[in-house]
Design a protein around this ligand. Structure first.
Ligand SMILES: [Zn+2]
Length: 185
């Protein structure tokens, strides 16, 4: 099966969090949740400590909010150290990328960036009583796709830190640094 979800170790960890709901018995909502995420039915907004989403299913929109606990100061310090070391050892990454080896280093250091369902505070305004509902599951699948595309997001969700800020694009020159006389001349 192609790794449609979890193409990177960063996204895969988030996919695994969703799929722990199948540990005891198959969750019939998962295929539907995957289909919603795959078809861009979940529009995400991410910030430190929270993911919010508008999820549209058959024309009906639901609003999901998932709160994620921030890392402790100690974890944040450890994570920043590992990130700085890893970025120094792996120059020239694409914007938003993080080395796969860093994910393994996080694991070895006991740092988990994906949050188990039990530790998330997830709300949805749909009327289903079942939790997590399909909207919350679709949001988590969409999040794993986003994290696959941009691994830095996995870390940004858990801490506010300049360590993961993007380096400026070397091809980009602020307009103020251009001399109009020569640039337009
Ligand atoms: Zn819902």
């Amino acid at each position: 099966m192609p790794a449609e979800f979890g193409a990177t170790p960063w996204g895969r960890t988030w996919t695994r969090v969703v799929e722990t709901t199948t540990a005891s018995l198959p969750n019939p909502l998962l295929p539907k949740a995957r289909s919603i995420a795959r078809n861009h039915g979940a529009t995400l907004n991410t910030e430190v400590g929270a993911v919010t989403a508008k999820v549209v299913v058959s024309g009906a929109e639901s609003t999901v909010r998932i709160e994620l606990p921030a890392w402790s100061e100690e974890t944040k310090t450890d994570a920043e150290r590992l990130i700085a070391k890893s970025l120094a050892a792996n120059p020239g990454l694409a914007p938003g990328d993080l080395p796969d080896s860093l994910e393994a280093e996080f694991s070895a250091a006991g740092i988990t960036f994906a949050v188990p369902l039990a530790d998330q505070i997830a709300t949805c305004d749909c009327r289903t009583r079942k939790r997590p509902c399909v909207h919350i599951l679709a949001t988590l699948y969409a999040l794993s796709m986003r994290v696959d595309e941009r691994p830095r997001l996995a870390v940004e969700l858990r801490m506010d830190s300049a360590t993961v800020a993007e380096e400026p694009d070397p091809d980009w020159i602020p307009l103020s640094e251009l001399d109009p006389a020569t640039f337009y001349g």
